[in-house]
Design a protein. Sequence first.
Length: 436
Amino acid sequence: MSSSNQSVLERLFNLSANQTNVRTEIMAGLTTFLAMCYIIIVNPLILGETGMDMGAVFVATCIASAIGCFVMGFVGNYPIALAPGMGLNAYFTFAVVKGMGVDWRVALGAVFISGIIFILFSFFKVREMLVNALPMGLKMSIAAGIGLFLALIALKGAGVIVANPATLVGLGDIHQPTALLAMAGFVMVVALGHFRVKGSIIITILTLTAVSTVLGLSEFKGVVGEVPSIAPTFMQMDFKGLFTVSMVSVIFVFFLVDLFDSTGTLVGVSHRAGLLQDGKLPRLKRALLADSTAIVAGAALGTSSTTPYVESAAGVSAGGRTGLTAVTVGILMLACLIFSPLVQSIPAFATAPALLYVGAQMLRSAREIDWDDMTEAAPAFLTIVFMPFTYSIADGIAFGFISYALIKLLCNRTQDVPPMVWIVAVLWALKFWFLG
């Protein structure tokens, strides 16, 4: 790279001040990309369950990710990449669209509104106040519960778990090739992750796809092709269907889940990179703006909520310290647009190991819960188990907040309950009482 180009990048990203260089940042970006690029395969498959055009969702996923990465890189100057969030896409599909019978266009409208609220809250620092006000146990239980919810979706999709009229659920026919391959894929991704193989998730997905093609379980449609049209999902948001109490609760869940997910990722990855100053993130408002902008852009393009990715820690471990890492990921996401035939060749069961692996990682958040204090542990436990058992992230969050407030009240520990928890608990209780 010429010295003039290096000087431009130096001015844009303050490379020297962050003790890094162009080569290190680009390699860090490549590392992060390999760790998270499975989303361009998994997201269209999950959202495709709603009836959305998978080709359009694939394009929306790539472009929304790139927009988020570019804003985070150029404005926030953080080595943190963004893409449609796992868990949020599952909530969009299985809870809102398939569970509540909401049209996917209305669901996109809910995502868009949640993004607008994010932008307003980020400017006025309300977002930071909300995160700081909520108890650690509830924050961590939400992430852990989503992990179990993803695991249930993965096992059900692979046929490992099936409906059973006597016991609700039961073990499926594990002699089926799809179930065997899905479980073998999970073992494979864990082993690759243990040996720190870059791109372990995408390697596993592509390996299962190759095996599936050889066995005749799926059709191989090629690797490179024309970029699909984004028209089927672009600006297809429907706001008319949002004026109901149930949809207001959906917007709230989109907002709440991404609130904890994104803020936790920003702080965690930045801490690992040594970018925190006195325990706080400098330029936090800019980083939050990147997240909020990506949500709004993603909804307009045709995908569920976009959020910072914890896989960015892989790039940080490779030396990424500035926004050039994120920009590199954004460029690579756009380069993926020509690989739509490959994405369409991947069978649904091949993504089950990715969902299980991400679910296992998210479940680790349960370690941060104070299990010795049952007034903290019991509400966290209810939050975690209600998500998979009710097949609803929203219901898990609701029962977590309500039980937290009630248990603290009955145990004469109301001083532990922040005002925000009382407000949210009462709102959820009123929703259940009047609307079911």
